[in-house]
Design a protein around this ligand. Structure first.
Ligand code: OAD
Length: 246
Protein backbone atom coordinates (compact mmCIF):
# COMPACT_ATOMS: atom_id res chain seq x y z
CA UNK A 1 0.00 0.00 0.00
CA UNK A 2 1.38 3.38 -1.00
CA UNK A 3 0.67 6.46 1.15
CA UNK A 4 -1.41 9.17 -0.54
CA UNK A 5 0.26 12.60 -0.68
CA UNK A 6 -1.04 14.59 2.32
CA UNK A 7 -2.44 18.02 1.38
CA UNK A 8 -0.62 19.56 4.41
CA UNK A 9 2.67 18.45 2.84
CA UNK A 10 1.72 20.00 -0.50
CA UNK A 11 0.90 23.28 1.30
CA UNK A 12 4.19 23.20 3.22
CA UNK A 13 6.14 22.58 0.02
CA UNK A 14 4.33 25.36 -1.85
CA UNK A 15 5.68 27.87 0.63
CA UNK A 16 9.15 26.31 0.94
CA UNK A 17 12.19 28.16 -0.40
CA UNK A 18 14.93 25.65 0.39
CA UNK A 19 14.41 21.98 -0.18
CA UNK A 20 17.09 19.36 0.46
CA UNK A 21 16.90 15.72 -0.56
CA UNK A 22 19.13 12.93 0.76
CA UNK A 23 18.95 9.70 -1.22
CA UNK A 24 20.21 6.20 -0.53
CA UNK A 25 20.32 2.83 -2.23
CA UNK A 26 16.50 2.48 -2.14
CA UNK A 27 16.23 5.11 -4.89
CA UNK A 28 18.28 2.90 -7.23
CA UNK A 29 16.47 -0.32 -6.22
CA UNK A 30 13.83 0.14 -8.94
CA UNK A 31 16.66 0.45 -11.48
CA UNK A 32 17.74 -3.06 -10.53
CA UNK A 33 20.70 -2.03 -8.35
CA UNK A 34 20.55 -4.02 -5.11
CA UNK A 35 20.40 -2.14 -1.80
CA UNK A 36 23.02 -2.90 0.86
CA UNK A 37 21.14 -4.31 3.82
CA UNK A 38 18.30 -6.41 2.40
CA UNK A 39 18.76 -9.79 4.11
CA UNK A 40 18.30 -11.83 0.89
CA UNK A 41 19.26 -9.65 -2.03
CA UNK A 42 21.33 -6.90 -0.40
CA UNK A 43 24.91 -6.34 -1.48
CA UNK A 44 26.16 -7.18 1.97
CA UNK A 45 24.19 -10.47 2.19
CA UNK A 46 27.13 -12.61 1.00
CA UNK A 47 30.05 -10.69 2.43
CA UNK A 48 30.32 -8.40 5.38
CA UNK A 49 31.17 -4.78 4.52
CA UNK A 50 34.48 -5.18 6.38
CA UNK A 51 35.49 -7.92 3.94
CA UNK A 52 35.01 -5.73 0.91
CA UNK A 53 34.60 -2.06 1.66
CA UNK A 54 37.48 -1.06 3.90
CA UNK A 55 41.08 -0.03 3.18
CA UNK A 56 42.13 -3.01 5.31
CA UNK A 57 40.17 -5.43 3.10
CA UNK A 58 41.78 -3.93 0.01
CA UNK A 59 45.27 -4.26 1.47
CA UNK A 60 44.59 -7.90 2.41
CA UNK A 61 42.82 -8.98 -0.76
CA UNK A 62 43.04 -6.31 -3.46
CA UNK A 63 42.00 -8.72 -6.22
CA UNK A 64 38.76 -9.74 -4.48
CA UNK A 65 37.83 -6.12 -3.74
CA UNK A 66 38.71 -4.87 -7.24
CA UNK A 67 36.74 -7.69 -8.86
CA UNK A 68 33.72 -7.10 -6.62
CA UNK A 69 33.67 -3.44 -7.62
CA UNK A 70 34.18 -4.43 -11.24
CA UNK A 71 31.05 -6.61 -10.97
CA UNK A 72 29.12 -3.73 -9.40
CA UNK A 73 30.41 -1.29 -12.04
CA UNK A 74 29.10 -3.57 -14.78
CA UNK A 75 25.75 -3.99 -13.04
CA UNK A 76 25.39 -0.24 -12.59
CA UNK A 77 26.46 0.46 -16.19
CA UNK A 78 23.48 -1.57 -17.39
CA UNK A 79 21.05 0.18 -15.01
CA UNK A 80 18.84 3.01 -16.21
CA UNK A 81 17.43 5.86 -14.11
CA UNK A 82 13.89 5.14 -12.87
CA UNK A 83 10.87 7.43 -12.31
CA UNK A 84 12.27 8.51 -8.90
CA UNK A 85 15.41 9.93 -10.56
CA UNK A 86 13.34 11.75 -13.19
CA UNK A 87 10.89 13.13 -10.59
CA UNK A 88 13.84 14.59 -8.65
CA UNK A 89 15.00 16.43 -11.77
CA UNK A 90 11.48 17.89 -12.09
CA UNK A 91 11.43 18.83 -8.40
CA UNK A 92 14.48 21.02 -8.72
CA UNK A 93 12.44 23.37 -10.95
CA UNK A 94 9.75 23.80 -8.33
CA UNK A 95 11.77 25.49 -5.57
CA UNK A 96 14.03 28.55 -5.43
CA UNK A 97 16.79 26.40 -3.88
CA UNK A 98 17.02 22.66 -4.27
CA UNK A 99 19.97 20.52 -3.17
CA UNK A 100 20.28 16.86 -3.98
CA UNK A 101 22.65 14.91 -1.74
CA UNK A 102 23.24 11.24 -2.48
CA UNK A 103 25.00 8.37 -0.79
CA UNK A 104 24.74 6.41 -4.04
CA UNK A 105 27.90 5.85 -6.03
CA UNK A 106 26.10 4.68 -9.19
CA UNK A 107 25.83 8.12 -10.84
CA UNK A 108 22.16 7.51 -11.74
CA UNK A 109 21.16 10.99 -10.55
CA UNK A 110 23.30 12.54 -13.28
CA UNK A 111 20.56 13.07 -15.80
CA UNK A 112 20.12 15.71 -18.47
CA UNK A 113 18.83 18.80 -16.68
CA UNK A 114 20.17 17.81 -13.25
CA UNK A 115 21.74 20.57 -11.23
CA UNK A 116 24.73 20.02 -8.99
CA UNK A 117 24.51 16.82 -7.01
CA UNK A 118 26.52 16.27 -3.86
CA UNK A 119 27.93 12.75 -4.08
CA UNK A 120 28.88 12.03 -0.47
CA UNK A 121 30.29 8.55 -1.01
CA UNK A 122 32.08 9.12 -4.33
CA UNK A 123 31.35 7.60 -7.72
CA UNK A 124 32.02 4.03 -8.77
CA UNK A 125 32.82 5.09 -12.34
CA UNK A 126 35.88 7.02 -11.16
CA UNK A 127 39.19 5.37 -10.29
CA UNK A 128 41.96 6.67 -8.11
CA UNK A 129 45.41 5.70 -6.94
CA UNK A 130 45.31 3.88 -3.59
CA UNK A 131 48.70 5.34 -2.70
CA UNK A 132 48.39 8.96 -3.76
CA UNK A 133 44.63 9.47 -3.96
CA UNK A 134 44.86 11.10 -7.41
CA UNK A 135 42.11 10.47 -9.95
CA UNK A 136 43.33 8.26 -12.79
CA UNK A 137 41.49 8.45 -16.12
CA UNK A 138 43.24 5.63 -17.98
CA UNK A 139 45.90 2.99 -17.52
CA UNK A 140 47.64 0.25 -19.47
CA UNK A 141 46.11 -3.20 -19.26
CA UNK A 142 49.09 -5.24 -18.08
CA UNK A 143 46.91 -8.06 -16.75
CA UNK A 144 47.46 -6.94 -13.15
CA UNK A 145 44.39 -7.10 -10.93
CA UNK A 146 43.96 -4.50 -9.58
CA UNK A 147 45.60 -2.49 -12.32
CA UNK A 148 48.58 -0.27 -11.51
CA UNK A 149 48.73 3.52 -11.35
CA UNK A 150 50.50 4.83 -14.49
CA UNK A 151 52.31 7.45 -12.36
CA UNK A 152 53.55 5.63 -9.26
CA UNK A 153 52.84 1.95 -9.90
CA UNK A 154 50.58 1.72 -6.83
CA UNK A 155 47.27 -0.17 -6.94
CA UNK A 156 44.22 1.49 -8.45
CA UNK A 157 40.94 1.49 -6.54
CA UNK A 158 37.42 2.83 -7.08
CA UNK A 159 36.87 6.44 -5.99
CA UNK A 160 34.24 5.52 -3.42
CA UNK A 161 34.24 6.08 0.31
CA UNK A 162 34.95 2.92 2.26
CA UNK A 163 34.13 2.24 5.88
CA UNK A 164 36.76 3.75 8.20
CA UNK A 165 37.48 6.46 5.62
CA UNK A 166 36.48 10.11 5.92
CA UNK A 167 33.94 11.60 3.54
CA UNK A 168 35.20 14.16 1.01
CA UNK A 169 35.47 17.35 3.05
CA UNK A 170 33.99 19.87 0.61
CA UNK A 171 31.00 17.63 -0.16
CA UNK A 172 30.26 16.98 3.51
CA UNK A 173 30.50 20.65 4.34
CA UNK A 174 28.15 21.68 1.50
CA UNK A 175 25.71 18.95 2.55
CA UNK A 176 25.79 20.09 6.19
CA UNK A 177 25.32 23.73 5.23
CA UNK A 178 22.36 22.99 2.95
CA UNK A 179 20.76 20.72 5.58
CA UNK A 180 20.95 23.42 8.26
CA UNK A 181 19.20 25.89 5.97
CA UNK A 182 16.50 23.54 4.68
CA UNK A 183 12.83 24.42 5.06
CA UNK A 184 11.95 20.88 4.03
CA UNK A 185 14.32 17.90 4.17
CA UNK A 186 13.53 14.63 2.38
CA UNK A 187 15.20 11.37 3.40
CA UNK A 188 14.52 8.92 0.58
CA UNK A 189 15.44 5.25 0.25
CA UNK A 190 18.05 5.20 2.99
CA UNK A 191 18.19 3.09 6.11
CA UNK A 192 19.78 6.03 7.95
CA UNK A 193 22.36 3.80 9.58
CA UNK A 194 25.61 5.07 8.10
CA UNK A 195 27.11 8.22 9.59
CA UNK A 196 27.89 11.02 8.94
CA UNK A 197 25.31 10.96 6.10
CA UNK A 198 22.68 9.83 8.60
CA UNK A 199 23.29 12.93 10.70
CA UNK A 200 22.06 15.28 7.94
CA UNK A 201 18.32 14.89 8.64
CA UNK A 202 19.05 15.51 12.33
CA UNK A 203 20.93 18.71 11.43
CA UNK A 204 17.91 19.81 9.41
CA UNK A 205 15.50 18.93 12.25
CA UNK A 206 17.63 20.84 14.76
CA UNK A 207 17.24 23.87 12.51
CA UNK A 208 13.44 23.52 12.34
CA UNK A 209 13.06 21.86 8.95
CA UNK A 210 10.01 19.79 8.13
CA UNK A 211 11.22 16.20 7.74
CA UNK A 212 9.73 13.94 5.08
CA UNK A 213 10.70 10.31 4.71
CA UNK A 214 9.95 8.14 1.67
CA UNK A 215 10.59 4.45 2.22
CA UNK A 216 8.52 1.25 2.05
CA UNK A 217 9.85 0.28 5.49
CA UNK A 218 10.32 2.20 8.73
CA UNK A 219 13.80 3.33 9.73
CA UNK A 220 15.29 4.77 12.94
CA UNK A 221 14.39 8.20 11.51
CA UNK A 222 10.68 7.43 11.07
CA UNK A 223 9.57 8.47 14.59
CA UNK A 224 11.07 11.92 13.95
CA UNK A 225 9.52 12.44 10.51
CA UNK A 226 6.70 14.95 10.11
CA UNK A 227 5.52 12.96 7.10
CA UNK A 228 6.28 9.31 6.35
CA UNK A 229 5.29 8.43 2.78
CA UNK A 230 5.33 4.69 2.81
CA UNK A 231 6.10 3.06 -0.54
CA UNK A 232 8.61 2.89 -3.38
CA UNK A 233 10.28 6.18 -4.33
CA UNK A 234 9.57 5.50 -8.02
CA UNK A 235 5.84 5.65 -7.29
CA UNK A 236 5.66 8.28 -4.54
CA UNK A 237 7.95 10.94 -6.07
CA UNK A 238 6.10 11.20 -9.41
CA UNK A 239 2.81 11.43 -7.41
CA UNK A 240 4.29 14.22 -5.32
CA UNK A 241 5.43 16.16 -8.39
CA UNK A 242 1.94 15.73 -9.88
CA UNK A 243 0.32 17.04 -6.67
CA UNK A 244 2.68 20.04 -6.60
CA UNK A 245 2.02 20.93 -10.24
CA UNK A 246 -1.79 20.85 -9.84
P1 OAD B 1 20.54 0.49 2.72
O1 OAD B 1 20.64 -0.77 1.93
O2 OAD B 1 21.08 0.50 4.10
O3 OAD B 1 19.02 0.95 2.82
C1 OAD B 1 18.19 1.02 1.69
C2 OAD B 1 16.86 1.58 2.14
O4 OAD B 1 16.05 1.72 0.99
C3 OAD B 1 16.09 0.70 3.12
O5 OAD B 1 15.60 1.49 4.19
C4 OAD B 1 14.93 0.15 2.26
O6 OAD B 1 13.74 -0.05 3.03
C5 OAD B 1 14.75 1.28 1.29
N1 OAD B 1 14.12 0.91 0.00
C6 OAD B 1 14.14 -0.28 -0.65
N2 OAD B 1 13.48 -0.20 -1.82
C7 OAD B 1 13.04 1.09 -1.93
C8 OAD B 1 12.31 1.80 -2.91
N3 OAD B 1 11.89 1.22 -4.03
N4 OAD B 1 12.03 3.11 -2.67
C9 OAD B 1 12.45 3.72 -1.53
N5 OAD B 1 13.15 3.09 -0.58
C10 OAD B 1 13.45 1.80 -0.76
O7 OAD B 1 21.22 1.64 1.83
P2 OAD B 1 21.75 3.08 2.26
O8 OAD B 1 20.93 3.68 3.34
O9 OAD B 1 21.92 3.86 1.00
O10 OAD B 1 28.08 3.23 2.07
O11 OAD B 1 23.17 2.74 2.83
C11 OAD B 1 23.98 3.80 3.26
C12 OAD B 1 25.43 3.48 2.98
O12 OAD B 1 25.74 2.21 3.51
C13 OAD B 1 25.76 3.31 1.51
O13 OAD B 1 26.03 4.53 0.86
C14 OAD B 1 26.98 2.45 1.55
C15 OAD B 1 26.49 1.44 2.57
O14 OAD B 1 27.39 0.74 3.22
C16 OAD B 1 29.31 2.93 1.72
O15 OAD B 1 29.57 2.08 0.90
C17 OAD B 1 30.31 3.77 2.44
Amino acid sequence: MTSPIPSELVDTLRSANRVVVLTGAGVSAESGVPTFRDAQTGLWSQYSPEELATPRAFRQNPKLVWEWYQWRRELVSKAKPNPAHYALVEMQELFPEFTLITQNVDGLHRLPGSNIIIELHGNIHRTKCFQEGTIVESWKDTGDVPPKCPDCGGWLRPDVVWFEEPLPEAELESAMKASRKADVFFSIGTSGLVYPAASLPHEALNHNATLVEINPAPTPLTPKADFMLKGPAGVILPELVKALRK
